[in-house]
Design a protein around this ligand. Structure first.
Ligand code: SAH
Ligand code: SF4
Length: 347
């Protein structure tokens, strides 16, 4: 069985050529999936009956199925647990806001990077998701939620730039001109920072927005929170981020989860000011979402969120330096804090 969801337009064209059908069927099928949002072959009436039957019998549409979901009445956020064919569970979240509906999606089952504040990191790494599995999160949850997804953030489980090829293909599909309702400036890839992959993504042509999980502008503190900083320190990330901003003509978003006494001090404000003056950027301050359900130990167990009041004060002091600061209203509302934090024990 071949999976047709998750193939780019040119891969679908190659597929049709390989079964002795004209190349333009590739674009037609791509439009069915991503423009008309129809995945039932029997409804694709611009295909002959025999072709519809052939597709039905020899190919698979979805590679994920619903396993569980959780709906928040307060925020209308819906968290989905989705099941892969090899019985792994991943998470995707739909977060509606006034003017947009954001999907937060996963790129790996687990994550190998072991950030000390992250539930996904604590569960370890199982495997990369296929392009089909990444794209299916969009198709399935959007259909279930019953509202058009307008924005996508790669902030669920996993490190997208460690699953570079499949992430890039999913971005090609989402930003393709036939795909309805999405555009490159409404898609954000969030990364802990792999310099060469940031450069590759800048050169790839998809030109989506990039967020870097910073969490401290000091190398030693960032290394404690995010061991990957030992391999790829901020000093190596900076030129890659500058290049990304220049090539895509976008601003880099720094994600900054706030930990009491660790990265919410006056010297952190000064250091952030220095770093952010070096490139077009903005900063998103995120309350730390407790991961006590994962029974963390070591530094993970000692982390506490900065209070709401202190976060507001921190934001004001950054704004006094003419920096662009984003923050959201309530803890559960924040996209980065709301997604990726359900590590699944069954995995
Ligand atoms: N691996 C990528 C994307 C997934 S994590 C990355 O690290 O950027 C998505 C965002 O959630 C990141 O900014 C991450 O730092 C943040 N995050 C992880 N655990 C969190 C927690 N417990 N509370 C708040 N934000 C968290
Ligand atoms: Fe992986 Fe991102 Fe979590 Fe770090 S924060 S462990 S990179 S998912």
């Amino acid at each position: 069985m071949i999976h047709l969801i998750g193939k780019t337009k040119s891969e679908l064209e190659d597929f049709f050529i390989s079964i002795n059908e004209p190349k333009y069927r590739g674009k037609q099928l791509f439009e069915w999936f991503y423009n008309k949002r129809e995945s039932d072959f029997s409804k694709m009436l611009n295909f002959s009956k025999s072709l519809r039957e052939k597709l039905q019998n020899e190919s698979k549409v979805h590679s994920l199925s619903f396993s569980d979901s959780q709906f928040s009445i307060q925020t209308s956020t819906k968290k989905y647990l989705l099941q892969t064919e090899d019985n792994r569970q991943i998470e995707a979240v739909i977060i509606p806001e006034e003017k947009r509906t954001t999907l937060c999606l996963s790129t790996q089952v687990g994550c190998p990077l072991d950030c000390k504040f992250c539930a996904t990191g604590l569960m370890g790494f199982k495997r990369n998701l296929t392009t089909a599995e990444i794209v299916d999160q969009y198709l399935l949850t959007q259909k279930d939620y019953g509202k058009d997804v307008t924005n996508i953030v790669y902030m669920g489980m996993g490190e997208p730039l460690l699953n570079y090829e499949n992430t890039l293909k999913s971005l090609e599909i989402f930003t393709s001109e036939e795909t309805r309702g999405l555009s490159r400036n409404r898609i954000t890839v969030s990364t802990s920072g792999i310099p060469q992959r940031i450069i590759d993504l800048a050169n790839s042509g998809v030109k989506v927005k990039l967020a870097l999980s910073l969490h401290s502008a000091f190398e030693d503190i960032r290394s404690k929170l995010m061991p990957i900083n030992n391999k790829y320190p901020i000093s190596d990330l900076l030129p890659a981020l500058q290049f990304y901003a220049k090539e895509t003509k976008t601003r880099i978003t720094f994600e900054y989860t706030m930990f009491a006494g660790i990265n919410d001090r006056d010297e952190d404000i000064r250091e952030l000011g220095k770093l952010m003056s070096k490139l077009p950027s903005k900063i998103n301050l995120i309350p730390f979402n407790s991961i006590s359900h994962m029974t963390p130990d070591g530094i993970s167990a000692s982390l506490k969120s900065t209070t709401r009041e202190k976060i507001l004060e921190f934001a004001d002091k950054l704004r006094e330096k003419n920096l662009t600061v984003l923050l959201r209203n309530t803890q559960g509302d924040d996209i980065a804090a709301a997604c990726g934090q359900l590590a699944i024990k069954k995995n």
